[in-house]
Design a protein around this ligand. Structure first.
Ligand SMILES: Cc1cc2nc3c(=O)[nH]c(=O)nc-3n(C[C@H](O)[C@H](O)[C@H](O)COP(=O)(O)OP(=O)(O)OC[C@H]3O[C@@H](n4cnc5c(N)ncnc54)[C@H](O)[C@@H]3O)c2cc1C
Length: 397
């Protein structure tokens, strides 16, 4: 594999660096540095800047608003945005339902929804999981019953990320109770302001409001908001999950995370020497960096290999497993590096708390982030499930 960037790629890299330096919102940078909780507007500010530049959806086909970049340019872009610690764009519209709509949607659905996903005018959430249906997603029980030109939807979804901000949600619902599990499911786009929808917060270990329960009681949804055929929603669901898993590897942001841990370990002392000089800490950091480099090469091989451009395959499960484990190990090392200064923040600081922060700024987010990142091996299909996929689809066991 040729690892050298061409002169054109290097020029592109510089263009991206310059653009970020000149356009990344200073206020957002300040909040990130302080570890403040980010609002919907914070998330959207960078999204809108990229949209104006035409860079918000590099993976989309050009006809729907993509950039037409080569896989290498896309790699450079994600590398540079992570290196500059730019906020990650919300994936639910851009990386999940958008590709489903341009692949399976009607011309009307494409015209109605895609431009607003690109512009950030619609915030989306994902209504897949239910209290009794996570790994075994096909056993979901939320129903949609035909009533003229509408479906009447009843049921409960859970772990719905950022549903508190959502204008729209994409939901998996059961439209045929008698069919075999996967064959009775449809994919609906639901306006989150519809009467009958209640969103209730779930506060996570790190003290954050990120996930929710969503209750649907007699929610009326026009049939025109069903994507693809009735009872064929599983096809869209599977397509979307593979997209979800590739983004999850997070190589570029983990590389940035390694630099951050190194910086902390240079500052924190172990006796009278920097922590970075401690052989045990150094070994753990080196092992992590080696694994991360291996993951990066695996991702690059996918970009350069014979299947490049064909969309993610079962190997995305591998990226998900290794990527999520590395993200967790990074937060463990950070917590270890900040030591006792992490302890006051074990429960997170809630809104209205007036306690004075102690310790260096980088210590404040260490514990909440450590707890928050436990999610990475669960969401997007748990790592045990990914191992099952690799066993079956890659190793043929
Ligand atoms: C922070 C966070 C955000 C999320 N956001 C969303 C969202 O926006 N929208 C959405 O729809 N869902 C979301 N999810 C839900 C997520 O997809 C599920 O939590 C996940 O699929 C696991 O399902 P479960 O929680 O029901 O656990 P279960 O399926 O009950 O699994 C429990 C344990 O058993 C293991 N297990 C289950 N089956 C097997 C098997 N066959 N072989 C081996 N091990 C097995 C699992 O790996 C896990 O360790 C989110 C979850 C989290 C934690």
């Amino acid at each position: 594999m040729d690892m050298e960037f061409s002169p054109e790629d290097l020029a592109f890299q510089q263009e991206v660096r310059d653009f970020i330096a000149e356009n990344y919102p200073a206020e957002l940078r300040g909040k990130q540095d302080e570890g403040d909780e980010l609002t919907k507007e914070d998330f959207l500010s960078w999204h809108r800047i990229l949209y104006k530049k035409g860079w918000v959806a590099p993976a989309w086909p050009v006809e729907y608003g993509g950039t037409g970049w080569t896989p290498t340019q896309r790699f450079i872009f994600s590398e540079e945005t992570a290196r500059a610690d730019c906020i990650r764009l919300m994936p639910f519209g851009l990386a999940m339902v958008g590709p489903v709509i341009y692949t399976f949607g009607t011309p009307e659905q494409k015209a109605r929804f895609l431009p607003r996903i690109l512009s950030g005018d619609d915030w989306w959430c994902q209504g897949y999981s239910e209290p009794g249906a996570g790994s075994d997603l096909a056993s979901l029980r939320t129903t949609a019953v035909r009533d003229g030109d509408d479906y009447i939807v009843n049921g409960q979804k859970t772990w719905t990320t950022m549903a508190q901000h959502a204008d729209w949600g994409f939901f998996l619902v059961r439209t045929d109770k008698d069919a075999k599990q996967q064959e009775g499911i449809s994919f609906l786009l639901i306006d989150m302001k519809s009467p009958g929808i209640t969103v209730r917060p779930i506060i996570t270990l790190g003290g954050e409001h990120e996930v929710n329960e969503v209750f649907l009681e007699d929610v009326r949804v026009p049939v025109s908001q069903r994507v693809y055929e009735e009872n064929k929603g599983w096809t869209c669901a599977k397509f979307l999950l593979a997209h979800e898993r590739t983004g999850i590897a997070g190589v570029a942001s983990s590389k940035r995370g390694v630099e951050r841990v190194k910086q902390i370990a240079r500052t924190e002392l172990d006796g009278d020497k920097p922590l970075l000089a401690n052989p045990f800490f150094k070994r753990k950091l080196a092992e992590l960096e080696i694994d991360l480099t291996a993951l990066e090469f695996t991702e690059l091989r996918g970009l350069a290999g014979p299947n490049a451009g064909k969309g993610p395959g079962p190997e995305s499960s591998l990226l998900k497993i290794k990527g999520s484990e590395i993200q967790q190990r990074l937060t463990e090392l950070t917590l270890e590096a900040v030591g006792h200064y992490g302890a006051p923040y074990f429960r997170g600081f809630g809104e209205g708390d007036n306690a004075h922060p102690i310790g260096p700024d980088y210590a404040h987010r260490a514990a909440p982030t450590y707890f928050n990142m436990r999610k990475t091996t669960i969401y997007g299909g748990s790592n045990e499930i990914q191992r099952n996929i690799i066993a079956k689809m890659v190793l043929g066991l």
